[in-house]
Design a protein around this ligand. Structure first.
Ligand code: ADP
Ligand code: MG
Length: 365
């Protein structure tokens, strides 16, 4: 019997309850830290019960970080007169640390069930292709919305590309910072994740899609290779023909967490294969909707309960799933199954058992 790896990708709602509205303004608000702790605790309790059922399996957790990064940027903007701003790669690293810390309370939920497993956050860097088309036309909105005039001021001061977002209730234009959302192509800490997994540890990895980095191409100067990284930091050595070094530097971009999670799954599968081990990998995407739907939020909306890879490819190619939400989940599922993954679940965490029984969520095999 092959070993099983279950990768749980936790959506924003699993760590920070969504749908909270300020009664005075009617606007969406981000819950405070105690509420995020409690929501994460609920999720961990559920995960511990799942782990209890299959204690011989491997488990890995990943999580989104959109609202948390939004908070960091907002805080930095308000303290601009006294403190430096934070670049996105550092925001990602910060949230991987803090959210990984909160999710590590899964150790407590396991201890209560007499299961002793270490849950360990890995600060993870994800490499993106520097020729990704999204660099030419950034698409991902980040941080708070501003009135147009303020947005253009920030654009000139911070070198942040701002784009029109939507109109507010007073009929004014709201603008937001946009960054590229390139495809992930490699994970630098994959061996750490793999070795921890093999040791029975439960890794938390590629949080928020990972910290985006790119490979640096060298320039030749006086017979030396010069690798130029951020903040004027350079690395150099004597030119060695045909032997480019792997030197990376952070970039201001966002990698979709479902795409990064899917890449991690296939990389772990390949590692296992190369080591002569048989591994069945499942990807379980927990989000705030009970599965992917056809004609979502239209009168003829239809549940998609069970799909084959071919069926899901056909639906995806007909643009049934929007970018930025269900689209990347479906693309992640396609990449994962093509890369040898066994099955993908898209569901609410509270409906996991029903989904396994075929009565809720979406299962793709
Ligand atoms: P997460 O934080 O879990 O990644 P997202 O907002 O990125 O959450 O994606 C989940 C959202 O996708 C759901 O809340 C739902 O509103 C939206 N969605 C868009 N299209 C569909 C669809 N076809 N079927 C189901 N949900 C969809
Ligand atoms: Mg998402």
């Amino acid at each position: 019997m092959p070993k099983k790896l279950k990768i749980f990708a936790l959506g924003g709602n699993e760590v920070s309850p969504s749908g909270k509205v300020d009664p005075l303004t009617g606007k969406q608000i981000i819950p405070d830290l105690p509420e995020q702790w409690r929501r994460t605790a609920d999720t961990c309790k559920l995960l511990a019960e799942i782990i209890k059922e299959d204690q011989d399996d491997y488990f890995i957790l990943t999580h989104g970080n959109g609202p948390q990064v939004g908070n960091i940027i907002l805080r930095a903007e308000y303290s601009r007169p006294i403190l430096h701003l934070l670049p996105l790669d550092v925001c990602d690293a910060d949230t991987q640390g803090a959210m990984g810390y909160m999710l590590a309370q899964l150790t407590n939920n396991l201890a209560i069930l007499n299961i002793n497993r270490v849950v360990a956050e890995t600060v993870t860097r994800v490499v993106v292709d520097q020729n990704d088309p999204d660099f030419a036309n950034p698409s991902k909105f980040i941080g708070p919305a501003h009135l147009k005039e303020d947005a253009l001021k920030i654009q000139s001061e911070e070198d942040h590309l701002m784009k029109f977002y939507k109109m507010n209730d007073q009929g004014e234009e709201l603008w937001r910072w946009v960054v590229p959302s390139p495809n992930p192509i490699d994970i630098l800490e994959i061996d750490v994740i793999y070795n921890n997994m093999k040791a029975g540890i439960i890794p938390i990895a590629v949080g928020g899609g990972g910290i985006p980095v790119k490979k640096v191409n060298y320039e030749i100067s006086e017979g030396n290779e010069i690798y130029k990284c951020n903040y004027g930091i350079t690395y150099s050595r004597k030119f060695v023909p045909g032997n480019k070094l792997n030197i990376y530097t952070g970039i201001e971009a966002v990698v979709d967490k479902d795409l990064a999670t899917s890449l991690m799954g296939t990389m772990l599968l390949n590692k296992s294969k190369n080591n002569g081990e048989d591994l069945d990998v499942e990807l379980i995407i927990f989000t705030d909707v009970d599965g992917a739907k056809l004609n979502y939020q239209k009168p003829d909306q239809k549940d998609l309960r069970h799909l084959t890879l071919n069926q899901v490819v056909e639906l995806y190619e007909k643009n049934n799933f929007p970018a930025g939400s269900m689209g990347p989940k479906i693309k992640a599922a396609i990449n994962f199954l093509r890369g040898g993954g066994k099955k993908v679940l898209i569901t609410k965490s509270s409906l996991y058992q029903e989904t396994l029984q075929g009565n809720a969520g979406t299962v793709i095999e």
